[in-house]
Design a protein around this ligand. Structure first.
Ligand SMILES: [Zn+2]
Length: 254
């Protein structure tokens, strides 16, 4: 079964007029999909959209780029993180900060999520760009274990340390071949992230092309890559009571 661990179904990464088509494609093809949010308004949007299919699961996050906008709402974010079944997209990113004002507020925001993940063993879909080593050290200083380095951009030396901690890597359809080779199969997850618009490609098509490409690079079969992703997702979800509905789908469609 296909499992997409990171997809955006909100503006500006998604055209709303494709919503019905995408929900249909995901449901018909039974693609368990972890739908990310980037701030409070997009979380509202995806909660509504996830209700349209039993295969869509919402993840609550505020991207580090918007950290300065939420300094007065950290209590609300703490509460929403507590209620959420998964956390993301969250992280640390000075490299692509659109407004430098966010920089001093990124860590306090991210720490809310780390504490919640630590307390309730939640999955964290993390966006770290630039300073990946420093971000890793911060994560490591917490007890949260279900860490995903979304679309991993760190160097080769850091991979060894991430592997030792048992954190995960997610990679998308265009992950550079030379980098993908270094990522271990037992910690690797697949994701679409953003669907292409011109021309638009449906999730099932994107996913099957990605599985084929990764299989070729890894020197194995698409079936084995699909099974690898499934196994790794289960390691993250199976002991989590918040994800019992998802686990049922995962177990029924092995
Ligand atoms: Zn994303």
């Amino acid at each position: 079964m296909y499992i997409d661990t990171h997809l955006h179904l909100h503006d500006p990464y998604f055209d709303s007029d494709k919503l019905d088509l995408v929900v249909d494609d995901i449901t018909k093809n039974k693609i368990v999909t972890w739908v990310q949010s980037c701030d409070l308004p997009t979380y509202e949007v995806i909660l509504e959209r996830c209700a349209k299919s039993e295969y869509l699961f919402p993840s609550f996050g505020v991207l580090p780029w918007y950290a300065h906008k939420y300094v007065d709402q950290l209590d609300e974010i703490t509460k929403l993180a507590e209620e959420a079944i998964m956390l993301g997209e969250i992280g640390l990113d000075e490299k692509h900060a659109r407004d430098e004002a966010c920089i001093p507020h990124q860590l306090p925001l991210f720490e809310i999520y780390l504490l919640e993940a630590e307390k309730n063993n939640k999955i964290m879909n993390c966006h770290f760009r630039g300073k990946e080593r420093e971000s890793f050290e911060i994560v490591k200083s917490y007890k949260a274990k279900k860490i995903i380095f979304h679309s991993y951009t760190g160097d080769e030396a850091l991979i060894k340390d991430i592997n030792d901690c048992g954190y995960y890597y997610s990679i998308g359809p265009w992950h550079p071949e030379e980098k993908l080779k270094f990522l271990p199969n037992d910690l690797l997850l697949l994701e679409i992230d953003a669907l292409p618009r011109e021309p638009f490609i449906a999730p099932s098509v994107m996913f099957s092309e990605m599985v084929e490409r990764v299989a070729k690079i890894k020197g194995t079969t698409p079936e084995e890559i699909e099974a690898m992703n499934h196994r790794n997702v289960l390691k993250l979800t199976r002991d989590n009571p918040n994800l019992s509905e998802m686990n049922k789908l995962l177990m029924d469609n092995k």
